[in-house]
Design a protein around this ligand. Structure first.
Ligand code: SF4
Length: 238
């Protein structure tokens, strides 16, 4: 993941976990992590591929990960561990199915009944600060996420907001689509500004129904804006 869209505190978290486990981190990155989700899309002149899947997942995660596995792990009896928890059963099933179909075994330590660690803070590792506003540690400015996520980007990361607008300009498509057609970031700015001035809190931790009920007091919203679209991207892709 490119440096600008992966928060510095996530890098700190990864370093501390690797140090605790006593292993060196290995990165399976595309082009030495020089590109972010916008760069790969602009390069391909598209945000989505095939049946509507986000191109960034495939370019930044799936392809480098599978290439790394093919090159470095000849033994298909190796187990690939994922950090999904018991609330993410559908992701576990999906991941087991995708990897299993290719002959890989997967496992999910966070759902094991016998555990010694239930929270990283128990071993003195702070969870990434991004969790204070986001529900995940994935790209900021996620191309799969809904408008609540993008409101946080607008309020807290104007650099990423501007880069996303640049990508929309370059590609000639919008990241978001509504029944009425494409919904460009630029067209959302006046509404987000009004929300910001009205003190609508930029966070994913307010349930989306309450978040948009508050927003509705100051702006007109569409049904698509009210949808909660979580980022379910993971290393290895979806
Ligand atoms: S986290 Fe979002 S933006 Fe990043 S690669 Fe996955 S789908 Fe794309």
């Amino acid at each position: 993941m490119h440096y600008s869209v992966e928060h510095e505190d996530i890098k700190r978290f990864k370093r501390e976990v690797a140090s605790y486990i006593g292993i060196e981190m290995t990165f399976a990155s595309r082009r030495n992590a020089e590109q972010d989700q916008f760069d790969v899309c602009v390069e391909a002149s598209a945000f989505k591929v095939n049946n509507g899947q986000e191109l960034c997942t495939s370019r930044l995660k799936t392809e480098p990960f599978m290439q790394w596995l093919a090159k470095n792990v000849p033994d298909k009896n190796a187990v690939i561990y994922y950090g999904f928890d018991a609330n993410e059963q559908h992701r576990i099933q999906r991941r087991s199915g995708i990897m299993g179909a290719q002959g890989w075994c997967t496992d999910y330590p966070l759902i094991w009944p016998d555990r010694t660690i239930f929270d990283v803070e128990e071993i003195g590792i702070r969870r990434p600060s991004t969790y204070s506003v986001f529900k995940h540690g994935n790209c900021i400015g996620c191309l799969k996420a809904g408008w609540q996520h993008w409101y946080i980007v607008y309020c807290t990361r104007p650099d990423i907001w501007e880069k996303a607008k640049w990508a929309e300009d370059e590609i000639g498509h919008a990241i978001h689509h509504e029944d009425s057609g494409p919904a460009y970031l630029e067209d959302m700015e006046q509404r987000f500004l009004a929300m910001k001035k009205a003190g609508v809190i930029a966070t994913e931790h307010v349930p989306h129904q309450r978040f948009w009920a508050t927003a509705k007091k100051v702006i007109e919203i569409s049904p698509q804006m009210e949808l909660y679209l979580p980022c379910e991207c993971t290393e290895g892709g979806l």
